[in-house]
Each structure stands twice: as structure tokens, then as C-alpha cells.
Design a protein around this ligand. Structure first.
Ligand code: GLN
Length: 314
């Protein structure tokens, strides 16, 4: 795919949704409520290593739940996809990202590594002999995917840590049902920390491009994730990446994606590129409205939906 076609589609998507005001910032994490809602950016990183961006693409924001999709690669490399499926699950919950009801309905089984319960359980599975070692391995994985170290957004981390009662409840439920594989409070803390990584839209597109390439970073050329685990990670993203919006996203785009309440959304176009968009205002499922619309527009314009077959071109 040619860079200038991507650039053109990106410009159109950006112009089309630049003035969209719908939704609201996440407010249950106080530090996110105050982020400038006007921010808007789109980025793409192709497998050839071309980086294309528009808007506020150098602005840092909290990665939040998009981190779940990347930390998953570490636990999956440690355990294998089959074992991870057995220990956490890989199905859609049909409920919101922090649903306690979903946990109770399945006897404490998280079902997906991409909801809060499953992501906390997945953190507890990262092999390490101490919380510090686990955090080092997690940071290292994020750094390799991004091609550069990520810094924590300290005010997001402390804001989320101070308002973490719901996730703490989930963590102890996991423990009681046998789905917590390390110290409970340590897993909750490392989960909260990874959600507080500051990223730019460009960083996210770069990280997504590693999944588009089968696990290698297109710029550094480093094989970061075992290639054999990438299809399962992408399958998890298809099932649960946008929570209760995953089905409508799939209808529109047919591609794996992942959102975070910080306003980011990534989309992986296997064999082609990683895409990311950012804007803080969210819908009721916790997905950025503008980011989702912009990516959907680009995917349609560039005819990237793999579920759409056009017989005249076959
Ligand atoms: N850190 C957030 C939480 O645990 C992540 C949620 C999200 O981005 N959907 O609630």
C-alpha cells in the first residue's frame, strides 16, 4: 500500500471528524476528566517503516486498556496461547470492561485477557520471581514494541491508584476463585501502572504495527513477540477489543482493534500496517468516538476490511 494513499485517506478522515463533539472524557479516573477534549490525532506505521501522522500525534496520553493487548503478548510468550486460554479464557464477556457480574456468571473465570479481570490475571501470569522483576519485564516489552522507552504519567498512576476500589474488588474476587497467579495487590498495582504509561498516537501505531508484521518492530527489525502467538492475540482483540462495542466495530471494519479510556484506539491491518487514533471523548462502552470514526473512515476508504470481497476484483 502506498504511503501517499494512506496519507490522503488520513487527511480526509481527520477533516471529516475534526469538529465532532460527541461523547465525554472518562471521569471515574479523575486525571482523565481534565484532559483537553479537543485533542485529535491519527497515525499509521507501515511494514516498510513509513510513519504517517496528522493532528496532535506527538501529544502524550494514558495508554489505559490498550496496554492489555500488549502485556498479553508477554504472558502468552511465557505460557503459550493454549495455556493462557485455560488460565484466563478467550471469549467475549458481553459485559462492560470492569463487570463484576461477568466474573460471577462464570465462577470467577475472566473469560478474556482484555477485560479488567482478565488483564489483571494476565499480569499475575508474567513469569518473575518478584514484582520488581515482573515490572522490568513488562516495561522492557512495551519499550521493544514501541522502539523507545515509555514513561509513566505519574498523575494518572496516582489518580487511578487512589480510586481503584472497583479493580481491587475484582482482584480479590479473582484470588478467591483461583484465577490470581501472583500476589494480589502486586498484580493490581502493576496493572494500574501499565495503564498509566504515557504514549503518543504515533507510539501506538508503531506498537500496533508489530502485530501487523507478525511480531517484529518494522523500524528496529527486532522480533519482539513470538510470531506463533500473534494470531491468538489478534483473535482476542476481535472478540473483546472494544468491549460491548466489539461487534459493531467488527461489522464496520472486520479488523482487530483495542481501545483505552484515555481516548486511544489501535487497529491492526495484518501484513499491511498498524493504525492508531486518539481523542478523549468516549461512548458508553468506553471507546473514543472520534478515534473510532476516523479509523472506520480510513479503513473504508482504503478498502482494508478483509471480510468484504468484491467479486469483480477477484
Ligand atoms: N485502567 C482502566 C481501568 O482499569 C482501564 C479501562 C479501560 O481503558 N477500558 O478501569
Amino acid at each position: 500500500m502506498k504511503s501517499h494513499d494512506i496519507e490522503h485517506a488520513m487527511k480526509l478522515a481527520y477533516q471529516q471528524y475534526k469538529h465532532n463533539q460527541s461523547g465525554a472524557n472518562a471521569s471515574y479516573i479523575p486525571a482523565l476528566a481534565g484532559v483537553d477534549s479537543e485533542l485529535f490525532a491519527i497515525a499509521a506505521v507501515t511494514l516498510e517503516g513509513d510513519v504517517i501522522t496528522i493532528g496532535d500525534a506527538q501529544r502524550h496520553f494514558a495508554i489505559e486498556s490498550i496496554s492489555k493487548a500488549f502485556n498479553l503478548s508477554l504472558a502468552m510468550d511465557d505460557w503459550g496461547a493454549k495455556e493462557l486460554r485455560a488460565k484466563v479464557g478467550s471469549e467475549a464477556t458481553g459485559e462492560g470492561f470492569n463487570s463484576v457480574m461477568a466474573l460471577e456468571l462464570h465462577k470467577g473465570r475472566p473469560m478474556s485477557p482484555l477485560v479488567n479481570a482478565g488483564a489483571i490475571s494476565t499480569v499475575s501470569l508474567v513469569k518473575a520471581s518478584s514484582a520488581d522483576e515482573r515490572w522490568d519485564r513488562m516495561s522492557q516489552r512495551f519499550e521493544s514494541l514501541c522502539g523507545q522507552p515509555l514513561a509513566l504519567m505519574e498523575e494518572v498512576y496516582s489518580s487511578e491508584s487512589d480510586n481503584n476500589e472497583h479493580n481491587r474488588g475484582i482482584s480479590w474476587l479473582l484470588k478467591s476463585y483461583g484465577y490470581m497467579y501472583s500476589d494480589t495487590e502486586d498484580a493490581l498495582d502493576l496493572y494500574t501502572r501499565m495503564c498509566s504509561f504515557g504514549v503518543t498516537t504515533r507510539d501506538l501505531a508503531m506498537m500496533a504495527s508489530c502485530y501487523a508484521s507478525g511480531g517484529a518492530n518494522p523500524l528496529t527489525r527486532q522480533q519482539v513477540v513470538h510470531a506463533s502467538n500473534v494470531p491468538e492475540i489478534l483473535a482476542d482483540m476481535v472478540m473483546e477489543g472494544l468491549y460491548t462495542g466489539s461487534g459493531s466495530w467488527l461489522y464496520d471494519n472486520g479488523l482487530p482493534a483495542k481501545s483505552g479510556v484515555g481516548g486511544g484506539v489501535i487497529c491492526v491491518v495484518p501484513g499491511v500496517m498498524g493504525l492508531a487514533a486518539f481523542s478523549p471523548k468516549l461512548d458508553s462502552s468506553g471507546n473514543s468516538i472520534r478515534a473510532r470514526l476516523a479509523l472506520t473512515e480510513m479503513i473504508a476508504h482504503l478498502r482494508l476490511n478483509p471480510l468484504v470481497t468484491r467479486w469483480k476484483e477477484l
